[in-house]
Design a protein around this ligand. Structure first.
Ligand code: NAD
Length: 497
């Protein structure tokens, strides 16, 4: 019998009472590996109620104690790093190295959450008026909810609940139904690290369960990572229901290549950044913008991409894995066809791709388009596959205009040897995360993950100081202790003696 993915509900890993089970398949073979429940309405309500009750106790736990939980959790996650990586590979088809990277980036956020006491310091000013002082406290919100995507089943849940819980909140997580076992394993380790049982609840499902969570009156804040239409729906619904929301959405990330850039480095970095992880990264480079004579690097890029092969994660030579589902693969193939019809030159077509021994995997080979222009659908939309579009412009100013006119703003990079070009780019580009000779500039967790424009709906971003602000309220206290009272108190003490 296929293994059922448990809920973490009311402190126990338990089987859902639902009749509605979602098949979770191995994307290299289509074999059903386990089934995830679409949690019942009652289960979602019980998860929020249990989290709410846990919050009332947890908010009183001293911050150093909360930090110690995160230290123990970090230690356990490191001990189980390889095992977690293998689970990620099994559910997503990612190469083992890539899957371990997913886990590691999550561990780094837990490390940051262990720093919570310093992050929750408020501010003070003495003598805001004569004998009057003001100070501020940072206090938790209550029950927070998180909805996560398939492409980083370890890292993105770990972006959310460790920071929220370290700040004194309780959390309800609804992971992607396409790879729900990794977050369950992360939750098991959290309990093993000594987390009070009801602080974290994990429920599974799809739109119905998400909508119930984001409209629930006891949920105070909603964190979401996923596609644009779902992000817009969640942001509108959560804020209409008077909740705080942060929604990280899709992307179209450009790498600008100046003529003075090191060609070898450009080609090496661009290959990994575009087709690595089968292009299923929100920070993948999907558009390469060649400025002037930099376009002479395209033939070498073509050659390098043609030598890259997807494969099964058990094969250490595989450069990347499959698309997550047959539907995701079909979507990528549709874009490749559209690109050809719209007049882009397809230098490399990965539509017809197979991997020995895995005929049913959702494979797409590396695909390279040249002559891509802004009206084409392959430029406008997020493809989320191993497809790289090349555009050519005359000047750096043209490149900046192209990038700034794109509705997305998650990440971008410039490759150049000129400090002046790099300075101009980092200053003028309207994108939230910029790399200079670094293709995928994901900030470490002491900074925040700062996507802009159509890649993010909200105000405060994930992890770092911004996450602490997102998961807390600031209370400002102004106090006056008249000295006459001190004298009166002293007299009273004497009289009492
Ligand atoms: P998705 O939007 O399909 O699903 C994300 C989550 O939303 C899942 O838990 C899913 O169950 C839920 N969901 C799906 N449809 C829903 C609906 N109609 N109403 C309510 N909830 C719904 O995204 P995905 O395919 O799992 O992930 C890939 C997407 O995530 C890409 O667009 C990628 O760019 C984006 N992403 C963005 C970032 C970022 O930081 N900006 C990071 C990772 C992934």
């Amino acid at each position: 019998m296929t293994r059922k993915v448990p809920l973490l509900l009311e402190g126990e890993f338990r089987q859902s009472a639902t009749q509605d089970w979602i098949d979770v398949t191995d994307p290299t073979s289509q074999q059903v590996i386990w089934q995830a429940p679409a949690a019942t309405e009652d289960e979602v309500n019980r998860a929020v109620a249990a989290a709410k009750a846990a919050f009332e106790e947890w908010r009183e736990v001293p911050t150093p104690e909360r930090a110690r939980l995160m230290l123990r959790y970090q230690h356990l996650l490191k001990e189980h790093h390889d095992e977690l990586g293998e689970l990620v590979s099994q559910e997503t088809g990612k190469t083992v190295a890539d899957a371990k990277g997913d886990v590691w980036r999550g561990i780094e956020v837990v490390e940051q959450a262990a720093n919570v006491s310093a992050l929750m310091m408020g501010e003070t000013v003495e003598n805001v008026a004569r004998g009057v002082d003001t100070h501020s406290w940072i206090q938790p919100l209550g029950v927070c909810a998180g909805i996560t995507p398939f492409n980083f089943p370890a890292m993105i849940p770990l972006w959310m609940y460790p920071m929220a819980i370290a700040c004194g909140n309780a959390f309800v997580l609804k992971p992607s139904e396409q790879d729900p076992m990794t977050p369950v394993r992360l939750a098991e380790l959290f309990i093993e690290a000594g987390a009070p049982k009801n602080l974290l609840q994990v429920i599974h499902g799809r739109k119905e369960q998400v909508d119930q969570l984001i409209t629930h009156p006891d949920v105070k804040a909603v964190s979401f990572v996923g596609s644009v239409p779902v992000g817009q729906h969640i942001y509108r619904t959560a804020t209409d229901n008077m909740k705080r929301a942060q929604c990280f959405a899709g992307a179209k990330n450009h790498m600008v290549i100046m003529p003075d850039a090191n060609p070898k480095s450009v080609v090496n970095q661009l290959v990994g950044a575009s087709v690595g992880a089968a292009g299923q990264r929100c920070m993948a480079i999907s558009v390469a913008v060649f400025v002037g004579s930099a376009k002479d690097m395209i033939p070498d890029l073509h050659k390098a991409l043609a030598a890259v092969n997807p494969g099964h994660y058990s094969n250490t030579d595989a450069a990347y894995g499959p698309q997550i589902s047959p539907q995701a693969k079909q979507r990528v193939l549709k874009f490749i066809e559209a690109g050809k019809k719209e007049g882009a030159e397809c230098l490399l077509d990965g539509s017809d791709c197979s991997v020995a021994d895995y005929p049913d995997g959702n494979w797409v080979g590396p695909t390279l388009f040249r002559g891509v222009t802004p009206e084409m659908s392959i430029y406008k939309e997020e493809i989320f596959g191993p497809v790289l579009c090349c555009a050519e412009v005359e000047t750096l100013a043209d490149a900046i205009e192209l990038v700034n006119n794109n509705p997305y703003g998650n990440g971008t990079s410039i490759f150049t040897n000129s400090g002046a070009a790099a300075r101009k780019y980092q200053h003028e580009v309207e994108v939230g995360q910029v790399g200079i000779n670094i293709p995928i500039p994901v900030p470490l967790p002491f900074f925040s993950f700062t996507g802009w424009k159509g890649s993010f709906y909200g105000d405060l971003h994930a992890y770092g100081k911004q996450a602490v602000r997102f998961y807390t309220e600031t209370k400002t206290v102004t106090s006056r202790w008249p000295e006459e009272d001190l004298v009166a108190e002293a007299n009273m003490t004497i009289t009492l003696k």
